[in-house]
Design a protein around this ligand. Structure first.
Ligand code: S3P
Length: 188
């Protein structure tokens, strides 16, 4: 496994809790925290919903790839959460692998629907039937998330503290050693 930069990288669908858990972990293990969406918004000085509206999704996807390249050059020993669509580009998955240990926060569609109901910040979910959109995107993305991850953790009905406790040993072991099993699955 290549975790050359010793980062922890959180991937998963919108609403799976990447950003909140990422902050939580970073505070618990005293690491810096970064989020690709926040990074893009601060560099662009506008919100993602505006980037999609003005320049379109492909433009945003290019910004994601650019961001990953920059993060690979700049950041180590950090917790990094990435936008839900970022792992879909193959090039990005290669960059994720180089960036650190990739952890997939797996969440059921029912939970996502509850969490994302009435969301106004995510352009892909605004003004449509979110249950069917989430289902459609999950069909496209789930196997990609799973194959991009070294660790998969189910997050439904678990607090951030519980999730952190469950992955802590694996994380610490992996940060201290090279290699290891391809997948650790923490499941109900
Ligand atoms: C997206 C997820 C969002 C954000 C953008 C597109 C996606 O990030 O990058 O709205 O394609 O799934 P979060 O996963 O942090 O919501």
């Amino acid at each position: 496994m290549s975790n050359l930069r010793n980062n922890l990288v959180l991937i998963g669908f919108m609403g799976c809790g990447k950003t909140t858990l990422g902050r939580w972990i970073s505070q618990n293990v005293s690491m810096a925290f970064y989020d690709t969406d926040e990074y893009i918004e601060s560099k662009q000085n506008r919100e993602i919903i505006d980037i999609f509206a003005t320049d379109g999704e492909e433009f945003f996807r290019d910004l994601e790839t650019e961001t990953l390249k920059e993060m690979n050059e700049k950041f180590s020993d950090s917790v990094i959460s990435v936008g839900g669509g970022l792992p879909i580009r193959e090039e990005n998955r290669e960059l994720l692998k180089k960036l650190g240990i990739v952890i997939y926060l797996r969440t059921t569609e029912d939970t996502l629907v509850k969490r994302l109901d009435n969301d106004t910040k995510r352009p892909l979910l605004v003004g449509i039937d979110i249950r069917s959109k989430i289902h459609e995107l999950m069909m496209q993305r789930e196997s990609i998330y799973e194959s991009a991850a070294q660790i998969i953790v189910d997050t439904d009905d678990r607090t951030f503290g519980q999730i952190y406790n469950e992955i802590e040993d694996i994380i610490l072991a992996r940060l201290n050693t090279e290699g290891g099993k391809k997948h650790e699955i923490i499941s109900d």
